[in-house]
Design a protein. Sequence first.
Lengths: 114, 114
Amino acid sequence: MCIFCRIVKKEIPADIIYEDDEVMAIKDVHPMAPVHVLIIPKKHIETINDLTEKEVDLAGKIILTAKNIARDLKISEDGYKLLFRVGKNGGQEIPHIHLHLIGGTKLFEEIRPA
Amino acid sequence: MCIFCRIVKKEIPADIIYEDDEVMAIKDVHPMAPVHVLIIPKKHIETINDLTEKEVDLAGKIILTAKNIARDLKISEDGYKLLFRVGKNGGQEIPHIHLHLIGGTKLFEEIRPA
């Protein structure tokens, strides 16, 4: 079972900041910024490539959850990034969809061919 | 009217690679990678902060559209990034929601406090 499924099942601890029937949000253990939260669907779906039309609501729910957490953490006005990594070129490390919510400061960013 | 609303209305040209009733996808004019596509809701919504629960389907549709374009452009297997910039700290430049689909090569990435 993947690490996020184990966190969802409370088999391993995490700093959970939001949870409902469909999604969970946890603090990233290696934060890239003052706010770095991962929003995870409870259902095990490996990557964005594996989402089906049936899961359009779930995909939207992940985005709306991130938006609400940004509001609760008072970073909405200053801004933030929402990032899905997909596969090797995207740098995805855990094969269970997760959305990075990154903010809390002005962010330097560079994305370019390696 | 914002530049993306004008593109949606075909008042200014863009390299449109997908379009339906709800969303449009165009090539970014300043690509950061071999594939750099913007997926835009046709409805003018300034930022992710302005999404409401009524738009959960639309938010999901944007993600699913990006996934389908990645498949059509044959970058699904190698991977890619999906990025929403929000507000000043997120580096959002145009006040109309757009999702960056970035891929086509291994991507170097650094996101850190500036």
